[in-house]
Design a protein. Structure first.
Length: 101
């Protein structure tokens, strides 16, 4: 469940295949999202601010977490294919793809 300003979405992420996985996202009524989070997440809600950093033809998504994951920062890039080559900005830290399952 994602709530951004006045928009709510349901995100479904499939199992990993190699370094990638299928993801689907559907807009849902805002009130439904709030009710689901309140009733089923017992306060364990992730909070983050997302920034977009263009790099060549691609865009890095940088998530800065607060709340229960305060201090965590994750940068990711959506590639058209796993074998796509890309420039890695100097501000990107350690590669963690595949480490967290």
């Amino acid at each position: 469940m994602r709530i951004t300003d006045d928009k709510a979405t349901l995100a479904i992420k499939g199992a990993r295949t190699g370094l990638s996985r299928e993801e689907y996202e559907y807009e849902i009524p805002f009130e439904d999202a709030v009710a689901l989070l309140d009733r089923h997440c017992a306060g364990a809600v992730l909070e983050k601010t997302r920034f977009f950093a263009p790099c060549g033809d691609l865009v890095w998504e940088v998530d800065v977490y607060s709340g229960i994951l305060s201090g965590v920062v994750i940068a990711e890039i959506e590639l058209p294919a796993e074998e796509t080559e890309f420039d890695r900005p100097s501000w990107v830290g350690a590669e963690v793809t595949g480490r967290l399952q």
